[in-house]
Design a binder for this molecule. Structure first.
Ligand code: FAI
Length: 521
């Protein structure tokens, strides 16, 4: 016997109970044609029988009616003994014979749609009713008994299942892989249920955070290496949306650092309502701009810091046009992420062998919380959304100086939104709805201000500035005032606000306070 076919068991009897009936008919028809006896739960049996395929209702096996609105269907020793009997143990086989129970060789189950019921905003009663009990019990039983039973939880695998059945059954390696998949499936399902219960029914207080929070991840791509070549890395996903599921249209495989930078770029560009472009290096922007279209936004974003933009990652919140593509193609760029690419733009960009092109719909990220690992645990927070109270310019307080005119206010609003994408301490200089100098990641605000001014060069004169958090002393702001900024937006709230504002007043510079800060660590 070859290694491959070791432990192959023919499939004679299958139990099918599926909530998602996709592919069911083809499966049942194929199993029947291969001589497999099919036993099924009520709704599943009805679909199979209606198609003229012979099926035994599970009630006939249990001798017990499906009852309590379907809460009890398969929870019966005649089902579970048939799934749990170890065919390699003579005493199990003998007991089945005495009890007149026929064993199952194959179990096909998919569970009540708990997660999508919760996501649909259904009532508590509906959510609770969609917690599958009998299904996971059967899946776990068959997976435990994988020496004898093959268990299938993915409708996408039905074609392969039929192939295997026709070839003479599943071998031991198949059954082990299927069991691993099955336990992962029930673990993920139970984690969703436990997390929902903790949020709904067992919150420690009114914080909104349950006493338990679980997430499970499925492995996606294996990456060539991690942040550095000596580190191993892979992508694991926990939802069906977001960057981890972006469609790669062209280019080399994404690297670990590409993902980190592209996620920062996505967040920066997709924050804006107008056409926007963010160019990111090492998770910080070397340029962000909005414009009438992607090409204009890209020109302005690139002009902020052309030196740093070399080898950068670009994200835009609109389909990439051919003009934008031609501009991008002129600069060595690692990744371009966009909701789409015009056909001609793709022609232009795909001439570049290595550039990675990713398509991702510009919808809000579905994640309700952000999770960051620390040694021994994780930190959890709600995302720093752009709808905090102080993000609405109507709520800003004019602390000193003349009210901003329309153009200045537009630049201040842009600068306030863009500074969220900069690692703290963040000082961002903007003119004409584009960054002209960014100071990021410094351990004091004075150095960030100096960096921003240095990067802006002559463009600082008449630019506006945003600061992600308050100025603890006047010194950081003074750097901006001395360089010639026209107006500043910052949260305020320092114990030395009066000194800080006085410095601006002395320079005749407008300062708006938002009351909200946007640290990014
Ligand atoms: N209660 C039980 O004994 C039970 N046994 C199987 N189920 C589930 O019932 C569903 C199939 O039901 P139907 O064939 O009636 O549509 C499957 O999702 C299966 O996981 C059950 N339902 C819920 O727990």
């Amino acid at each position: 016997m070859s290694e491959q076919s070791a432990g192959r068991h023919p499939v004679r009897r299958a139990l099918i109970g599926v909530s998602d009936k996709a592919g069911l008919l083809e499966l049942a028809t194929g199993l029947h044609a291969a001589g497999v006896e099919i036993v099924s739960t009520g709704g599943t049996a009805k679909v199979i029988a209606n198609a003229g395929v012979p099926v035994t209702p599970v009630e006939e096996v249990t001798g017990f009616p499906e009852s309590l609105d379907g809460r009890v269907k398969t929870l019966h020793p005649r089902v579970h003994a048939g799934l749990l009997a170890d065919r390699s143990r003579d005493e199990h086989v003998e007991q089945l014979r005495k009890l007149d129970i026929a064993p199952f060789d194959l179990l096909v189950v998919n569970l009540y749609p708990f997660a999508s019921t919760v996501a649909s905003g259904a009532s508590h009663e509906d959510c609770v009713e969609n917690i599958d009990i009998g299904g996971p019990a059967m899946v776990r039983a068959a997976a435990k008994n994988h020496g004898s039973v093959a268990v299938v939880v993915d409708p996408q695998r039905y074609d392969w299942v039929l192939e295997r059945v026709r070839e003479g059954g599943f071998d031991q390696a198949d059954r082990r892989r299927l069991a691993a998949r099955a336990f992962a499936h029930t673990a993920s399902y139970d984690t969703q249920v436990a997390t929902w219960f903790a949020e709904q029914y067992a919150p420690a207080d009114d914080s909104g955070f349950g006493e338990f929070m679980g997430r499970t991840w499925e492995r996606g791509e294996i990456l060539r290496y991690g942040e550095n070549p000596h580190q191993r890395a892979a992508v694991y996903t926990h939802s069906r949306t977001g960057l981890a599921h972006a469609e790669q249209l062209h280019g080399k495989a994404m690297s670990y650092n590409n993902y980190v930078d592209t996620d920062a770029a996505r967040r920066a560009a997709y924050d804006f309502e107008q056409p926007a472009v963010a160019i990111i290096k090492h998770a910080n922007p070397c340029g962000i701009a909005v414009g009438a279209d992607v090409a204009e936004a890209h020109r302005k974003a690139h002009a902020c810091d052309p030196v740093s933009a070399f080898g950068g990652v670009i994200a835009t919140n609109r389909p990439v046009s051919v003009t934008a593509a031609e501009q991008i193609a002129d600069v060595f760029t690692e990744v371009v992420l966009a909701p789409d690419f015009d056909a001609e733009a793709l022609d232009v960009l795909t001439r570049k062998k290595n550039i990675r092109l990713l398509r991702l719909p510009a919808i809000a990220d579905a994640d309700a919380v952000e999770v960051r690992p620390i040694s021994g645990g994780v930190l959890v927070q709600t995302p720093d959304a752009i709808d905090a109270p102080g993000d609405d310019p109507a709520s800003w307080t004019l602390a000193t100086g003349a009210s901003a005119d329309e153009q200045t206010m537009a630049d201040l609003v842009f600068a306030w939104r863009a500074v969220r994408a900069v690692k703290s301490n963040a000082i961002l200089l903007a003119a004409d709805l584009a960054t002209v100098g960014v100071g990021m990641g410094q351990v004091n605000r004075v150095d960030s201000a100096r960096l921003a001014v240095q990067r802006a060069g002559d463009r600082v004169r008449g630019a506006v500035a945003s600061s992600d958090a308050f100025f603890p002393f006047p010194d950081g702001l003074q750097v901006l005032l001395d360089a010639g900024v026209r107006a500043v937006v910052q949260p305020g709230g320092s114990v030395r606000d009066a000194e800080v504002i006085a410095a601006a007043e002395a320079a005749g510079v407008t300062v708006y306070l938002t009351g909200t800060r946007h640290f990014a660590h």
